[in-house]
Design a protein around this ligand. Structure first.
Ligand SMILES: CC(C)(COP(=O)(O)OP(=O)(O)OC[C@H]1O[C@@H](n2cnc3c(N)ncnc32)[C@H](O)[C@@H]1OP(=O)(O)O)[C@@H](O)C(=O)NCCC(=O)NCCS
Length: 159
């Protein structure tokens, strides 16, 4: 399947919104906004992050279709990566390939951070395959689980 990362365009947003509604995806990501179905909050959030020069966002296009998005934002002076795919694209290596492309072509800053709910095995696998290592643990309130949730902190060092 072909795969490319490109700049976000307005027409991607309704697709991202649909993808954001998926209950299983929310459970996996855990640390989400309060109400993924709130369109106004969604629109405001995307307007803000698309304008912010410190945030790099790309649309993941797989097989010619908008599969999801991948981005990095700065956390305590280091970039932190995050991604979200529509469910119909899961389980086919799209996230692993997208993260590799993002690291190779889009954001080469190192070290880079990531965080993942401890039981989000798919995302943890994606990160480890791309060279991220667990460097710590944290816990906090996760909106999507309405409760305290444990997570791993990961870091990708310069080669
Ligand atoms: C997490 C997510 C990005 C994974 O996308 P994906 O395209 O399915 O991931 P890939 O196919 O590249 O790789 C997933 C890996 O995890 C493995 N995996 C998936 N579910 C698993 C499970 N329950 N237990 C063990 N391994 C699992 C797959 O076998 C694969 O490993 P492999 O390449 O060694 O076979 C996608 O499910 C998603 O968007 N989820 C919702 C949002 C989210 O969790 N974002 C990340 C926040 S940290």
């Amino acid at each position: 399947m072909s795969l490319e990362l490109r700049e976000v365009v307005d027409a991607d947003l309704p697709i991202f919104f649909e993808q954001q509604l998926d209950p299983e995806a929310n459970w996996m990501a855990a640390f989400t906004g309060k109400d993924p179905a709130d369109r106004v909050v969604f629109e405001r959030h995307w307007e803000r992050i698309r304008k912010d020069p410190a945030i790099i966002i790309r649309t993941i296009v797989a097989g010619g279709q908008v599969a999801g998005h991948i981005s990095s934002y700065v956390e305590e002076g280091e970039p932190e990566v995050t991604y979200w795919l529509g469910r119909s694209f899961w389980g086919r290596g799209v996230a692993s390939r997208s993260l590799r492309l993002f690291l190779d072509q889009v954001n080469r800053e190192r070290p880079m951070r990531a965080r993942v709910a401890k039981d989000n095995v798919a995302s943890l696998t994606v990160l480890r395959k791309c060279g991220f290592e667990i460097v710590g643990e944290d816990r906090g309130y996760a909106n999507a689980r309405t409760g305290e949730t444990e997570e791993y902190l990961l870091r990708l060092q310069a080669p």
